[in-house]
Design a protein around this ligand. Structure first.
Ligand code: SF4
Length: 382
């Protein structure tokens, strides 16, 4: 089981972000952490599977004083069965963490750090309304190394308004110059309600060009491969052995428990999600002594039929570029073969050059990686 802890606080709001995160709620840090711990205590009584990965995401988990993260992590280690070899990741924003803070984080057992670098172009960082500049990325990266982190991820965004192929290649080269173990590349989506979308719609920023974004993706794939990074998922590259264990659980469609405001969970034939506002979440947990099924913080949920679980296993598993979905794993999990369940779709898509199928493993073809969403839709029940 993977365990996700959502910290819904940021120092400032980036122009493109629609995540469940808030600024100016510093006074709620302690009550929120108490609620998070309470939710953990209640759910740990029901979900006792070993935890293979723990992920502090957000928001910006490192806006919390280290003492609060200590409370959260030590409680998790006490109430969940966290494996000795567990990958424990925290997201962090460049320029917001000192060497002392990072050393303390490492001392708490966090063994992987994911830094939201996003770009190495000052103009792009300003447009994204990030709180850091280019120099901060390198500085925070060096501090993380000095603090003992030997598993570092950099997040980068492409397909930005006005971004050129030259500036993107520059960003990639600067990022790889730091020699991270892992790189995640995200194509910008203009989310409803974000200032960046409003600016593009109002003509104050140029609309992103999807063809150029596709060129950026392809040039990144070439550049990363030439430096020894292996693309193991559509948007993720790593040095061998540094694939993100936490996200692999999602892509393999295995159970995960999400604690915190707006967090999602999946397992035992059910998917559910928590209330999003911080105060509503705290109120749900205050004084909660028992777990209304599935969680006192759950806003809603849905039963996942076996057919939907099979379809989602394909949809997620095909994101794994080389691993894909193995016939043996699928059969062991569902008691039926891929061929007998999806034979017609598989033959149609292999015929169209979008899937590769050797009877033992189903993967996206190189062309299929560019048209992934169209492929995935074919496996979901209508
Ligand atoms: S730091 Fe991350 S979570 Fe926070 S506002 Fe920016 S993009 Fe959103």
């Amino acid at each position: 089981m993977a365990l996700y802890l959502h910290i819904p606080f940021c120092q400032a709001r980036c122009s493109y972000c629609d995540f469940n995160t808030y600024v100016g709620l510093d006074h709620l840090y302690q009550p929120y952490v108490s609620a998070l711990i309470q939710e953990g205590r209640l759910l740990a009584q029901q979900y006792s599977q070993p935890v293979g990965s723990l992920f502090l995401g957000g928001g910006t988990p490192t806006v919390l004083p280290i003492e609060l993260l200590r409370q959260v992590l030590t409680t998790c280690f006490e109430i969940f069965v966290v494996e000795d070899s567990a990958e424990i990741t925290s997201e962090a924003n460049p320029g917001t963490v000192s060497l002392d803070y990072l050393q303390a984080l490492r001392g708490l057992g966090v063994n992987r750090l994911s830094l939201g670098a996003q770009s190495f172009d000052e103009g792009e960082l300003a447009m994204l309304e990030r709180i850091h500049d280019v120099q901060h990325v390198g500085l925070t990266f060096e501090r993380a190394r000095a603090a003992g982190f030997d598993n570092l991820n950099l997040d980068l965004i492409y397909g930005l308004p006005g971004q050129t192929l030259t500036s993107w290649v520059h960003t990639l080269e600067c990022a790889l110059g730091l020699a991270p173990e892992h790189v995640s590349l995200y194509c910008l989506t203009l989310e409803e309600g974000t200032p960046m979308r409003d600016r593009v719609l109002a003509g104050r920023l140029p609309a992103p060009d999807p063809d150029l974004a596709a060129d950026m993706y392809e040039s990144a794939a070439e550049c990363l491969a030439s430096k020894g990074y292996r693309q193991y998922e559509i948007s993720n590259w790593s040095l061998p052995g540094y694939e993100c264990a936490h996200n692999l659980t999602y892509w393999r469609n295995r159970p995960y428990l999400g604690l915190g405001a707006g967090a999602h969970s999946w397992g035992v034939g059910l998917r559910w999600w928590n209330v999003r506002p911080v105060m509503a979440y705290i109120h749900r947990l205050m004084g909660a002594r028992q777990t209304p099924w599935p969680s006192p913080a759950a806003e809603d949920g849905e039963r996942i039929s076996r057919l939907l679980e099979m379809g989602e296993t394909l949809m997620l598993g095909l994101r794994l570029v080389y691993e894909g979905v193995a016939e043996a794993d699928f059969h062991q999990r569902f008691g039926v073969s891929l061929e007998e369940t999806y034979g017609d779709v598989i033959h149609e898509l292999t015929g169209a050059g979008l899937l590769a199928w050797d009877q033992t493993r189903l993967c996206l073809s190189e062309r299929g990686r560019l048209l992934g969403n169209q492929v995935f839709a074919k496996f979901l029940p209508s």
